[in-house]
Design a protein around this ligand. Structure first.
Ligand code: KG4
Ligand code: ZN
Length: 363
């Protein structure tokens, strides 16, 4: 008889040593340390009152993964292990404190969604600091953190808002009726927008990450040179990008002399046309006061220009976070964590990583 293999949920740390209760000190939380390691950015940040960025350090692993044309999960996890300590030390030093954690009232960490090995590095570090410093720990949903990036630069945004969250792993339209109150209006049914940028860039030999590479070269190309399909016509809010990617591949194979800048510009226009049309309709349908962008693809120059124009025409606000706050960072994690703590959301020290965590309506 073979020994049965017991599945150990990753939220269970150890059964031999009793786990001390998480610190839930009733002291007001003013200064939060945020930690982000869900994908290929190792980041730490100190934020006051959920709005004032005191320090924000991001160490990107782009060079490490570039030669493979995408993020290699095993390498990402190992790199986080090496980078997190110096990144943390830097963020704490810039905030006038040290690894003693003086003045830090809570530790917020991304616990999902993302790469399991990468998430675990941040979660383990956050737990250790929370325990050592005797301050509350709060687990943050990475998607919710992206939504909070907008509030960091514009704390007085009006409600309801529609947020177009476009990253390497997600593409969704979310109605936000107040901080923490979300309704998922639509999402991609296949590739995320950032994933489509990365895959098309790899096919065109433009390197990794593909979004910025396509964005740069597209500025010199003719966006009307090729007409690529606009996905999922109709009145829903979902997206689809895999057919578009296939169409680019087929077109380039048929026209091997096609100018790369023209292909990139035509592809970028097709993605942006769909994103803007859906987001604009979603904002009109819920009577949104403003449309916000979030996630790495929100750094795209054409998307930013087109959203601004659309919102001006529709007489609603457009909020485009600075590029540094669109891509992965820990300031948005600290901001979301601060808000969660105000609403009783401290996490136990048994907090586990959840690679498939979803954005759930809350509040
Ligand atoms: O939010 P993010 O930093 O990480 C995830 O949570 O996925 O987003 C990374 C994604 C990548 O797919 C990258 O190619 C894309 O954002 N990206 C862009 C631009 N800058 C980053 N896509 C289009 N245009 C850009 N300028
Ligand atoms: Zn992200």
């Amino acid at each position: 008889m073979t020994a049965g293999r017991r599945r150990v949920p990753n939220s269970v740390v150890s059964t031999a040593v009793p786990i001390p209760p998480a610190s839930t000190s009733a002291a007001p939380v003013h200064r939060v340390l945020g930690i982000e390691t869900s994908c290929d950015e190792t980041a730490a940040s100190v934020v006051d009152d959920g709005t004032v960025i005191v320090s924000s350090v991001v160490s990107s692993q782009i060079d490490l993964h570039a030669r493979y044309g995408g993020v290699v999960p095993e390498l990402a996890g190992r790199a986080h292990l090496e980078l997190l300590t110096p990144v943390l030390a830097d963020a704490l030093a810039q905030a006038g404190t040290s690894v003693s954690g003086e003045g830090i009232d809570a530790v917020a960490v991304t616990y999902g969604p993302g790469l399991i090995g990468s998430l675990l590095v941040g979660v383990a570090e956050a737990k250790a600091l929370s325990l050592a410093w005797g301050v509350p720990l709060v687990g943050v949903n990475h998607l919710e953190a992206h939504l909070f990036a907008s509030l960091l630069e514009q704390p007085d945004l009006g409600w309801p808002l529609v947020v177009l969250l476009v990253s390497g792993g997600h593409t969704m339209l979310v109605e936000v009726t107040a901080p923490g109150r979300y309704r998922l209006m639509g999402a991609t049914i296949d590739d995320a927008a950032g994933e489509a940028f990365d895959k098309v860039a790899r096919f065109l030999g433009l390197g990794y990450p593909g979004g910025p590479a396509i964005d740069r070269i597209a500025e010199e190309g003719d966006s009307r040179a090729f007409v690529f399909p606009r996905s999922l016509p109709g009145d829903g809010y979902d997206f689809s990008f895999s057919g578009l990617k296939t169409s680019v591949v087929n077109t380039v194979r048929k026209h091997p002399d096609a100018v790369t800048a023209d292909v990139a510009a035509s592809f970028r226009l097709a993605v942006v046309d769909v994103l803007v049309a859906r987001a604009r309709r979603a904002a009109a349908d819920v009577g949104a006061t403003a449309l916000c962008l979030a996630g790495g693809v929100a750094a795209n120059s054409l998307l930013r220009r087109r959203i601004e124009e659309a919102c001006e025409e529709d007489g609603i606000g457009a909020f485009l976070p600075s590029r540094a706050l669109c891509t992965d960072n820990a300031a948005m994690v600290a901001a979301a964590g601060w808000w969660r703590l105000q609403h009783g959301g401290a996490s136990p020290l048994t907090l586990g990583a959840d690679p498939n965590l979803r954005l759930v309506a809350a509040g």
